[in-house]
Design a protein around this ligand. Sequence first.
Ligand code: CP
Length: 295
Amino acid sequence: MQHLVDTNDFNDKQLIQIMNDARAFKIKMPSRLLQDKLFVTLFFENSTRTRSSFEVAAKRLGASIVHLDPSKSSTNKGESLEDTFENLAAMEPDGVIIRHEFNNTPKKLAKKGLTPIINAGAGNTAHPTQALLDCFTIMEHFNLTSPHELKGKTIAIVGDIVSSRVASSGIRLFTRLGLNVVLVAPQPFMPKNDLPKYENLADVIDNVDVIMSLRAQLERHKAPIFEDYDEYAKEYCITKERMAQRDILLLHPGPVMRNIDISDEMLEDKRSKVLEQVKNGVYVRMAILKLVLES
Ligand code: CP
């Protein structure tokens, strides 16, 4: 049974297939490849992009989606996550797409082997479909046909890296593909790992092809880290002044904290591909649903 707990669940051949299928879907919408298939979405944390993107992707392929809202479910009567999942799996869906606050939830449910699990974001550890759509967006920008052609490009991840599942999955996928990943953050937002680290973007900006800006994930901070995010923004907000005329692709997984992560002006700049990421998210998730069911 094929799951997507993190991107390492896909081998190189499958990664290439996802990128090829997503590109083909973007050029021409496919026929109803997944007609009669049914997915369940189970989001224990808020989402705008990922949940709706999966729903659009499934419907574009002719599949049906049932959404269980945990706030209105029997979770509120004390039913455990495992029991909730096993009851949903008993209805024989073709896969469950889950977002949860705990890092190990998708893996734990996948181990039950009841139905394919697609991780739509778990704690601060994994958001594989975001990493895959980011990979697709970078490939598209540089006109590359294989993810392995990304080797040698340099991406700077800027912001609250330690709290970010987007960064966690991105770092694993990008380093696997041979990208140089550099981290730019104030000390409290910096994770512990062996990657090159900078406190100031100015020290590395001339050497990067891509900047991925990240939101300060206030909901994951046990206590406030900065009192004043306007002060933080003076150092880390991606502005036109900071980018100057450099030919750098600017990404952000969303939601963007305007004028803290990226300035209003820079979001309008053609180097910013934030909404293109969202558009690509549908094609990449279509490719993922197809692959999971084909496997
Ligand atoms: N990028 C992302 O995960 O956005 P949502 O939280 O809105 O799904």
